[in-house]
Design a protein around this ligand. Structure first.
Ligand code: FAD
Ligand code: NAD
Length: 460
């Protein structure tokens, strides 16, 4: 029986980062992963392949209709879906092999197989070479799976989840997306750009729940212009394949005939089949593992992080928790600032946010000021030909401390980093307004929005 200081179950961004950090801190670490490729949902069937397709499909759209605006004429633009998919697969393969290399470099022992916890301090690995491990500490980082929807018959082909939508062999004529959340919008945009008619069915009367409402409404207007057909307030009651076509049923509406269906109504923690019931590990009613501020579960010596515990289901949130948990196990300070975790939707334009939304401030009775600045008035955005959107800063009305930043516009996902640091450091809008921002850059829109908090934007 092999003995380790820490056995991590799951090699996604939570698990592999925790394993590396713990090894750096001198712990003897093993990681159990049931897939051959390391990297989890994020690297294999999530963040990375979706961004590869978003970039490729955006280039196709640019070449088709927007390059001519720059005085660049491209004729005979053709789409090669297999090549696009091949490039995506190559990126995934390079990155997942990179994690193998990092494991070797950090002397992390890898076990391939399904991990289960028969008792505290023990991990059973069922795989090609079954083995039982003895562990001083166990970290559950088993991630999440797509949530099913009653009546929607997933066949893993025509009716599927994001995993299928990342690998359609050809452009569907008509794609119905169930759920106007992050996955629905990102993958809906990929296929709309490549030529599909895309209908998005959303249960609520808005898209992107949880995002600042004003920004989400602006996003809806922009994405509608790009061809996404939003049907809000729709209760989907069923979807099935009939004679090679898909039929989607919604309460009180005529059924919709389409080529493919993408179900994207959220994700659920992947915490079944780990032996948690027998151990009595406390979970929420939705199956998320409950942890204390050191990520310890209700059973001493068993920890959990990432999508398997409550909180935003984001790769960088899982990574922060992985580092904090590993440092805690090594006797260091263990802390994650959940107020400073950004969220990005990689549509065009991108949508990014950190901190509180305007609705949260209103609900909490927190007095605030708003500064807003449009990319239309930003020189670099003009040069890029991407002037839609704006930066919105929410600052405390009395202390001026930045409480939330919401950006819809070009490279919003990169720009938000400045706002994350501002929130992390407790900065005021005055701090940003007084900091020099290089000209001409998109980041000047953040500086101007900070000026706008006190009604003194220069270029508006
Ligand atoms: P996971 O990445 O899910 O990893 C868990 C790992 O555990 C898996 O490899 C799994 O095989 C393994 N495992 C599970 N059970 C066992 C077991 N019993 N034994 C052994 N191994 C096991 N987030 C972002 O921040 N940015 C994005 O752009 C983004 N895009 C996304 C796009 C899509 C299409 C999807 C589906 C998700 C996206 N996410 C994105 C979310 C992100 O992928 C997750 O938040 C992140 O992967 C969670 O990390 P994790 O380590 O908790 O779990
Ligand atoms: P989501 O929670 O973002 O969106 C689900 C949407 O489905 C919501 O708008 C919800 O109202 C809607 N919905 C729920 N039930 C419905 C029903 N019966 N009919 C119609 N609509 C219904 O979930 P997702 O898009 O599946 O993404 C899952 C997770 O993956 C998210 O938590 C997200 O954080 C993560 N993710 C992140 C990124 C990113 O960071 N860029 C990208 C993809 C996924």
């Amino acid at each position: 029986m092999s003995q380790h200081d820490l056995v991590v179950i799951g090699a996604g961004p939570g698990g592999y980062v925790a394993a590396i950090r713990a090894a750096q801190l001198g712990l003897n670490v093993a990681c159990v992963e049931r897939e051959n490729a390391l990297g989890g949902t994020c690297l294999r069937v999530g963040c990375i392949p979706s961004k590869a397709l978003l970039e490729a499909s955006e280039l196709y759209r640019m070449a088709q209709s927007h390059l001519s605006e720059f005085g660049v004429t491209v004729e005979g633009v053709k789409l090669d879906v297999p090549k696009m998919m091949g490039r995506k697969d190559q990126i995934v393969s390079t990155l997942t092999k990179g994690i193998d290399g990092l494991f070797r470099k950090n002397k992390i022992t890898r076990y391939t197989g399904h991990g289960r916890i028969p008792a505290p301090g023990r991990v059973q690995v069922d795989g090609p070479k079954p083995v039982e491990l003895i562990a001083k500490n166990i970290l559950i980082a088993t991630g999440s799976v797509s949530a099913p929807l009653k009546g929607v018959e997933i066949d893993g082909n025509l009716i599927g989840t994001s995993t299928e939508a990342l690998a359609y062999p050809e452009v569907p004529g008509h794609l119905v997306v169930i759920g106007a959340g992050v996955i629905g919008l990102e993958l809906g945009c990929v296929w709309a750009r490549l030529g599909s008619k895309v209908t998005v069915l959303e249960y609520l009367n808005r898209i992107l729940p949880g995002m600042d409402t004003e920004i989400a409404n602006e996003a809806q207007r922009m994405l509608k212009k790009q061809g996404l057909d939003f049907k809000l307030g729709m209760r989907v009651t069923g979807a099935r394949v009939v004679d090679g076509r898909c039929v989607v049923e919604c309460e009180g509406q005529p059924s919709i005939d389409c080529d493919r269906v993408l179900l994207a109504v959220g994700r659920l923690p992947n915490t079944g089949d780990l032996g948690l019931d027998a151990l009595n590990v406390a979970r929420t009613n939705r199956g998320f593992i409950q942890v204390d501020r050191h990520f310890q579960t209700s059973i001493p010596g068993i920890y959990a992080i990432g999508d398997a515990i409550p909180g935003p289901m984001l790769a960088h949130k899982a990574e922060e928790e992985g580092v904090a948990c590993a440092e805690g196990l090594a006797g260091k300070y263990c802390h994650v600032n959940y107020d400073a975790i950004p969220g990005v939707v990689y549509t065009d334009p991108e949508i990014a946010s950190v901190g509180k939304t305007e609705e949260q401030l209103k609900d909490g009775g927190i007095p605030y000021k708003v500064g807003s600045f449009p990319f239309m008035a930003n020189g670099r955005a003009k040069a890029l030909g991407q002037t839609e959107g704006r930066v919105k800063i929410l600052a405390h009305a009395e202390t001026d401390r930045i409480l939330g930043v919401h950006i819809i516009g070009p490279r919003a996902g990169d720009l938000i980093a400045e706002a994350v640091i501002a929130i992390e450091c407790g900065a005021s809008s005055e701090d940003i307004a007084r900091s020099s921002h290089a000209h001409p850059t998109l980041s000047e829109a953040i500086k101007e929005a900070a000026f706008a908090v006190d009604r003194r934007a220069i270029h508006m």
